[in-house]
Ligand binder design. Sequence first.
Ligand code: PGA
Length: 223
Amino acid sequence: VLESLKGLNRGRLSIAVASTVNYFAPRLLAIFQQRHPGVSLRLDVTNRESLVQMLDSNTVDLVLMGVPPRDVEVESEAFMDNPLVVIAPPDHPLAGERNIPLARLADEVFVMREEGSGTRQAMERFFSERGQKIRHGMQMTRNEAVKQAVRSGLGLSVVSLHTIELELETGRLVILDVEGFPDRRQWYLVYRRGKRLSPAASAFRDFVLTEAPAIAAPYWPRP
Ligand code: PGA
């Protein structure tokens, strides 16, 4: 306790985050580093599949991700809302329409993330649970690529609200008001079950669980 009050003066902490988490993770790291300047931090940014591998091989202290694994024994704690929304270019015919029925999306093409993506997994689950077929368009391995593709008219997509803060501010993308959305999901802090957290890791865990929402909750445009 005393150590965490004074600030940890040494230690190494390796954190891995989903590419979608990277939109706010550096903000958390910056504040944590100010409070604990002696801790040396390392951040890996990758997709869900690689995060699961890192947990499995025990090569990372803590992971921040959207869909905790089931096939690896982990502790996972939800720490913040992660709303998934349907995005479109601002000149799309459905932009500005209220309560768009899910069935209307059958005529649209969706830009897809790669197979190992947690966002893609969540999106596919959302539609299949509701018996809604969607047409897969181009597939891309980065959120940035997906956003550019949607902006360029290649289709709609489903992304975490955290990833489109700047595009909403500048009006380059819009959120469609589709039935059932936002898909209310959560971000999780995850580590291997039975792992003994170092003082630095456990200070970071406490920090994320108690303070992340106040620091990193996304800008939420009211319709
Ligand atoms: P991803 O991130 O789509 O980049 O994999 C989200 C997640 O882990 O669920």
